[in-house]
Design a protein around this ligand. Structure first.
Ligand SMILES: [Zn+2]
Length: 255
């Protein structure tokens, strides 16, 4: 089974030797890194480019997601750094996303062929595998977490964040809502685990900054890698999830 892994540049050393592949998509070329884990062929996609130089609003999301589809990936696991607006989700906490509210305004987040059902934006079977992996590792993970997606790269104002919290949002991020929408249009199973690298502005003593973000990411790298590898071990082929249904129905309608 082919699995996609989207994350930061810290995952290169997970799979021993990696083969880099350039996929020519209708939206531009994408470099993927192919490795193996057990019986899985893993295609690692560094979301922000190989040098981590591409900011969230400038990521070529349509090219990235369709490149994974083009190499035959069925399921995509994404790992993201987020800011917390829920005080119960402290810096260094791991969360499994359940829902999101998309507040981005400037994203190319559709292939423009049909309207996909996003009632449940993440794959239930993948979520169950991630929950099982966390239990196996004895890792504390927040579940049923709701993310609010923002464009970035600027951080939010205090009142924006207070508004998000009053809506019941838990974490703030800049990438996953776009990825999830495109994955659903492509019939890819998609699920996200997040690491809270800061308490968002207005919930912290100090405003978020890159140095703290990197420090927290580094401190928690081990447990994130363990969770990714255990999840990849536990993942199975699509049994009964509905992730591919909108895509299949659209293909039938287009034919
Ligand atoms: Zn699924």
């Amino acid at each position: 089974m082919k699995v996609g892994l989207i994350g930061g540049t810290g995952f290169y050393d997970l799979f021993g030797s990696l083969e880099d592949i350039v996929v020519a998509t209708p939206y531009g070329d994408v470099t993927l890194f192919k490795g193996e884990h057990g019986d899985k062929e893993v295609y690692f996609l560094p979301r922000h480019g190989t040098t981590h130089g591409v900011l969230a609003p400038d990521v070529n999301y349509r090219a990235n997601m369709i490149a994974l589809k083009m190499v035959g990936v069925e399921r995509v696991l994404a790992v993201s750094a987020v800011g917390s607006v829920n005080p119960d989700i402290q810096v260094g906490a791991v969360s499994l996303l359940d829902q999101f509210v998309d507040m981005t305004k400037r994203r190319q987040q559709t292939y423009g062929e049909f309207s996909a059902d996003m009632t449940e934006p993440f794959c239930n079977e993948m979520k169950a595998s991630i929950q099982g992996a966390a239990r196996t590792l004895g890792l504390c993970m927040h579940e049923d977490v709701t993310l609010v997606g923002v464009d970035g790269p600027i951080y939010e104002t205090r009142h924006e964040l207070q508004l998000f919290r009053s809506w019941g949002m838990d974490v703030v991020g800049m990438t996953n809502t776009t990825e999830a929408a495109l994955a659903r249009e492509l019939g890819l199973c998609f699920s996200v685990i997040t690491l809270s690298t800061d308490m968002a502005t207005g919930f912290a003593e100090k405003p978020p900054n890159l140095e703290t973000h990197r420090k927290v990411a580094e401190e928690n790298k081990g447990k994130m890698k363990d969770l990714v590898l255990q999840t990849l071990s536990d993942l199975e082929r699509n049994q009964d999830c509905e992730c591919t249904v909108p895509y299949q129905n659209a293909r039938l309608a287009i034919k």
